[in-house]
Design a protein around this ligand. Structure first.
Ligand code: ADP
Length: 179
C-alpha cells in the first residue's frame, strides 16, 4: 500500500469520542479497569454501567490488565459496537514511549482480530496519566502508520478524536508535517 493510501485511512478531529460512529472506540483505561475519571468515566456515563460490569468480570478473571495490553467489551448505549480498553503508561514510570506504542499497537491488533473496519482513539495517557501531548501525538500517529503499513488488515479507518484544542493542535501539526 502506498504512503498516500495509508494517510487516507487516518483522520484527525476534535470531538467527544463517545459520539463516534465507528466499529470500536478506545478507552484510556487503568489496570483495574475502574472507569472513574477522564475519558473512561465519559464512556461509562454515555454507554451505561454494563461497560463497567463487563470490565469487572474481565478483572475477576485476569486480576489486572498490564500496561500496554488491551481487552474488548460491548458498547451498549454508545453509537459504536465495541469498546477496546487499553492501559497507557503513567508518565514517570519508565519506558513510557515503548509502553504507549504497545498500547496503541495492541488496540489496533485487537480491532483487526475482530475484523473491525474503523477505530477511534483518544489521546491515551495524555490526561490524568500526564504524558506530554506532543509526544503522545507522535507515538499514536506513528504507530497507526506502522500498523497499517505492515499488517494486511480489515481496518480501513483510524480516527484520532481529540477533546481539546491544544491536543488537537499537536495531532494536526504532526500529521500535516508528515504529508
Ligand atoms: P489517561 O489516564 O490515559 O491520561 P484521560 O482520560 O485522563 O486518560 O485522558 C486521555 C485524553 O482523553 C485526554 O486528552 C483527555 O482530554 C481526553 N478526553 C477526556 N474525555 C474525552 C472524551 N469524551 N472524548 C475524547 N477524549 C476525551
Amino acid at each position: 500500500m502506498s504512503t498516500k493510501e495509508i494517510f487516507q485511512k487516518i483522520t484527525i478531529k476534535k470531538g467527544d469520542i463517545t459520539k463516534e460512529n465507528v466499529d470500536a472506540i478506545v478507552n484510556a483505561a487503568n489496570s483495574h479497569l475502574h472507569h472513574g475519571g477522564g475519558v473512561a468515566l465519559a464512556i461509562v456515563k454515555a454507554g451505561g454501567q454494563e461497560i463497567q460490569k463487563e470490565s469487572d468480570e474481565i478483572i475477576n478473571k485476569i486480576g489486572f490488565l498490564p500496561t500496554g495490553n488491551a481487552v474488548i467489551t460491548n458498547a451498549y448505549c454508545l453509537p459504536c459496537k465495541f469498546v477496546i480498553h487499553t492501559v497507557g503508561p503513567i508518565y514517570g514510570e519508565g519506558n513510557e514511549d515503548e509502553k504507549l506504542h504497545k498500547a496503541i499497537y495492541n488496540s489496533l491488533y485487537l480491532a483487526h482480530l475482530y475484523n473491525l473496519k474503523s477505530i477511534a482513539f483518544p489521546a491515551v495517557s495524555s490526561g490524568i496519566f500526564g504524558f506530554p501531548k506532543d509526544r503522545c501525538a507522535k507515538i499514536l500517529i506513528d504507530t497507526a502508520i506502522e500498523f497499517l503499513s505492515n499488517i494486511k488488515t480489515s481496518i480501513e479507518k483510524v480516527v484520532f478524536c481529540l477533546f481539546d484544542d491544544e491536543t488537537y493542535g499537536y495531532f494536526e501539526e504532526y500529521y500535516k508535517n508528515l504529508l
